[in-house]
Design a protein around this ligand. Structure first.
Ligand SMILES: [Zn+2]
Length: 150
């Protein structure tokens, strides 16, 4: 799975200043304003540009979360634990799947077939770069949340 580190293109052992320069490098490459500039300089088709721009916006949003999370030692260690947990779950058998776009960002909720539900937090959604896996609170089933456009 991709992490906030791999999104910014830096090592997981990177120092805060290395993460900072990786973040600003990322913003320079992906910022929608820059893409609009390139758009007016080149004359490619509209369809392609719109798609690129939407994805660019989304990734820039996650990159901002990445920088806010990883610049602080405490929130970085919380994230590192979360990431470790996510990696351990990559091998579990997933019984249900939902797209992040179909969840309410303010009140993410998904019911499990056991009658319980998957405890999804806003943080889970904000820090996901690609798919994440969440266990049911009441049984042993797992839910995969997918991000369609990365
Ligand atoms: Zn359940």
């Amino acid at each position: 799975m991709r992490s906030l580190y791999s999104l910014l293109n830096c090592e997981e052992s990177a120092s805060t200043s290395e993460i900072k320069s990786a973040y600003f490098g990322f913003i320079r490459r992906h910022h929608p304003d820059k893409q609009r500039q390139q758009e007016s300089e080149t004359s490619s088709t509209d369809d392609v540009i719109v798609g690129d721009q939407e994805e660019g916006n989304d990734l820039v949003k996650i990159a901002k979360v990445a920088w806010e999370t990883l610049r602080d030692r405490e929130s970085r260690s919380v994230y590192d634990n979360w990431l470790r947990e996510q990696r351990l779950r990559q091998t579990v058998l997933v019984s249900d799947e939902v797209a992040a776009d179909n969840l309410d960002e303010d009140e993410p909720f998904h019911a499990c077939r056991c009658g319980g539900d998957y405890p999804i937090s806003k943080e889970d959604l904000s820090r996901m770069v690609d798919d994440i896996i969440i266990p049911c609170a009441s049984c042993s089933l797992f839910l995969r949340i997918t991000r369609s456009n990365t």
